[in-house]
Design a protein around this ligand. Sequence first.
Ligand SMILES: Cc1cc2nc3c(=O)[nH]c(=O)nc-3n(C[C@H](O)[C@H](O)[C@H](O)COP(=O)(O)OP(=O)(O)OC[C@H]3O[C@@H](n4cnc5c(N)ncnc54)[C@H](O)[C@@H]3O)c2cc1C
Length: 360
Amino acid sequence: MRRIDTDVVVIGGGATGAGVVRDVAMRGFRAVLVDRADLAQGTTGRYHGLLHSGGRYVVSDPRSATECAEENEIVTRIHADAVETTGGFFVSTPGDDPEFPDRFFAGAVAAKVPVEEVPVGMALKAEPRVNPGITRAFAVRDGSVDGWQMVWGAANSAKAYGAQILTYHEVTKIEHENETVRAVIATDRKTGEQVQIECTFVMNCAGAWAGHIAEMAGCHDVQVVPGRGIMIAMNHRLVNSVINRCVYPTDGDILVPVHTVSIIGTTDVKAEDPDNLNIPAAEVQQMLDSGEALVPGFRQSRALHAWAGARPLVKDTRVGAADTRHMSRGMSILDHSERDGVKGLLTISGGKLTTYRLMA
Ligand SMILES: Cc1cc2nc3c(=O)[nH]c(=O)nc-3n(C[C@H](O)[C@H](O)[C@H](O)COP(=O)(O)OP(=O)(O)OC[C@H]3O[C@@H](n4cnc5c(N)ncnc54)[C@H](O)[C@@H]3O)c2cc1C
């Protein structure tokens, strides 16, 4: 068995783990990040590509909206190579609730999310493919972000501060002694070799798998609910800015230009197993219809690829157990010494890719 000695082990190489390992290394601790696959192969590599302005949550989740607005500025600055500052619009399409735009604007002001109402003609001039029947338009600071570029940027920065990044290492066990964490055992999936990483602290950043990791340390009932969402990439850049429907968050309400394609999404359904996410044909049709409402003729472009990801949503007692659409997008930190009597273990979950730095 190979042995490594460190201060902190970070489990999970998505946005959250990459942000945490960078932060830990910058504070001068020895740190090792382990992921069972490559970096960003969990939800971080299967998401919508939107660097949120916060607009999407101003009515449903104002706290997350403010966090997104603040982090949007910071992420744009520190990951300039991963972010495209596309800007975005919230538009009311025919048949949408005519009262929502006023609630949206008031919510944005209250949550300090920069929003400006613009003449419909101006929005259509900027985005000529958008539905000409829109009745109101608001400009926001949405962007698009390449999740892989962002995560590798954070991981490389952590490496520059001395951290080790172990990809294709699957954590199988967390050992503790006298109720204090002392080692993480992982299997190198390329060689089959066991690795024992002696440490004094473990950060569980395993996203939708965080409950499973906590269980390995004897901490039960960590309720991270996988909220499955599908997205479809169309073969054109149909729009150059992010187009959001100005409605209460719902399925298929955002179209994001990412590199040379446009991505329509998404749905939100509780999944049983984040490793087994299906893509129902009905949801694909639903996304294509939603695209059509935003950009008439949407279905005439070619759908390149459909995929699904699992939101790591912390169970929210305000809504039903299966209602992942309305669970908070806020972040959560569990200190297992208080909760379970296991010292040296934190679980960090929830949040958005946009707020990954704040979570760390
Ligand atoms: C459909 C959808 C669309 C989204 N769109 C957006 C968006 O547009 N903008 C936005 O800001 N956010 C978006 N999000 C949210 C965002 O993608 C997630 O909040 C974020 O990616 C979660 O990152 P994470 O690091 O916590 O989890 P993950 O990226 O899932 O990372 C967890 C890691 O843990 C690893 N792991 C699991 N088990 C083990 C083990 N035993 N050993 C070692 N490693 C292990 C996994 O391989 C994985 O890499 C979206 C989410 C979904 C599902």
